[in-house]
Design a protein around this ligand. Structure first.
Ligand SMILES: NC(=O)c1ccc[n+]([C@@H]2O[C@H](COP(=O)([O-])OP(=O)(O)OC[C@H]3O[C@@H](n4cnc5c(N)ncnc54)[C@H](O)[C@@H]3O)[C@@H](O)[C@H]2O)c1
Ligand SMILES: [Zn+2]
Ligand SMILES: [Zn+2]
Length: 366
């Protein structure tokens, strides 16, 4: 089958033929339907984040179950499934405490299957599985626990299902589950790409009052208005902190979200947050980056600074709910996915993301 492999940081992905083993016990073979273009893969491509190389990237995906390994009971051939890049073991401390989004077993085994081996190979070389998903490929073998069946009898469009694999739970979850945005509050979102737009949708679902979109590109800002933003701040023209303060009567926002991934934007999100405010960091900054925070302001203004992984969502519980919300017209995923590519165009898709094309791109598989 064809897959997009990262061999070296700073190099484009190589789309080539690779081998995929049959699913072992507790594993599922999925025919990929769509895979989203998320910046988290880009960090690996740039070497801003590290993964065991070589690796098949792609972690925002959905498809159809082709075959199941021994002992699989929660899904069957023919099911439409959304893939979770944190398959939750259900047994570790984090899972038992209800935080399956940071499952200890998954974190410890990283880009390997639970048994510490890979199902992907190129000749004698093992290829690692990004997030145990590796959906920039025609097929994927994933743990059963990372395979979330769509409850509806009729499949939903694959590109929308794929979004529910990462940017939707991450963004909507950051607003609803991590920060728990209050009705009537003021929210500022720094970075309005695929994930940031979902934070905006989450803030709207929470009935936030003002939702301030902050980005360096007018195109993203105007696009963000479609998803519930009420105000725009262009951070390229003028200090975004001063602009958000102006829009909030000098107080700063009640909730701010960093959704790009840099020390500079983490600091901006922190500084534009007001008294008793909650700063939620979603973006993944380059390894080694440190953001400087005014330590006294943190205390005197009783601010909270927190990170969020996978929007604090519990995949197996929250993904089916997000599908229901999409079908009920509460999540605008139809406008979110704006560009479609083939797997051969994956590098082009990431160049488009870097150029600042609005909305989310998705690779579609025939
Ligand atoms: N925490 C998690 O679980 C999780 C999950 C998915 C993605 N992420 C991370 O979230 C971040 C966003 O991902 P994405 O796919 O939406 O990326 P994206 O490229 O689609 O969006 C990033 C946006 O930030 C804007 N931007 C760039 N510099 C800016 C600045 N200085 N000020 C304001 N805006 C700026 C860009 O114009 C773009 O619109 C990435 O770092 C990604 O790795 C985290
Ligand atoms: Zn992602
Ligand atoms: Zn676990």
């Amino acid at each position: 089958m064809k897959a997009a492999v990262l061999y070296q940081y700073g190099q484009p992905l190589v789309v080539e033929d690779v081998e995929l083993d049959e699913p072992k016990a507790g594993e599922v073979l999925v025919k990929i339907g769509a895979a989203g273009i998320c910046r988290s893969d880009r960090h690996f491509m740039h070497g801003d984040a590290h993964i065991r190389l070589p690796a098949v990237l792609g972690h925002e995906g959905a498809g159809t179950v082709e075959r199941v390994g021994p002992g699989v009971t929660t899904t069957k051939p023919g099911d439409q499934v959304i893939l979770s890049f944190v398959p939750a073991c259900g047994r570790c401390q984090s899972c038992l405490e209800g935080r399956s989004n940071i499952c200890d077993t998954h974190m410890a085994t990283g880009p390997f299957m639970y048994d510490g081996t890979c199902r992907l190979h190129k000749g004698r070389q093992s290829l690692h599985h990004m997030g145990k998903v590796a959906c920039f490929a025609e097929y994927a073998v994933v743990p059963e626990t990372g395979c979330v069946p769509v409850p509806q009898k009729t499949p939903i469009p694959m590109d929308k299902a794929a979004m529910i694999g990462c940017c939707v739970p991450t963004g909507v979850g950051a607003a609803l589950f991590s920060a728990k945005v209050r009705a009537g509050s003021t929210v500022a979102v720094v970075g309005c790409g695929g994930v940031g737009l979902n934070v905006i949708m989450g803030a709207k679902l929470a009935n936030a009052g003002k939702i301030i979109a902050v980005d360096i590109r007018d195109g993203q800002l105007e696009f963000a208005m479609k998803f519930g933003a009420t105000h725009m701040v262009n951070a390229a023209d003028r200090d975004p902190v001063a602009q958000v303060k102006e829009l909030t009567g000098g107080r700063g926002a009640d909730y701010t979200f960093e959704v790009f991934g840099s020390a500079e934007t983490v600091k901006a999100a922190y500084d534009m947050c007001g008294k008793s405010g909650i700063v939620t960091v979603v973006g993944i900054a380059p390894i080694g980056d440190e953001a400087s925070i005014n330590a006294v302001d943190l205390v005197r203004n009783e601010k909270t600074l927190r990170g969020t992984y996978y929007g604090s969502a519990r995949s197996r519980v929250d993904m089916p709910t997000l599908v229901e919300m999409y079908l009920a017209g509460k999540l605008n995923l139809d406008d979110l996915v704006v560009r479609h590519y083939t797997l051969d165009q994956v590098n082009e898709a990431y160049d488009d993301m870097d150029r600042g094309e609005v909305g989310r791109g998705a690779i579609m598989f025939p």
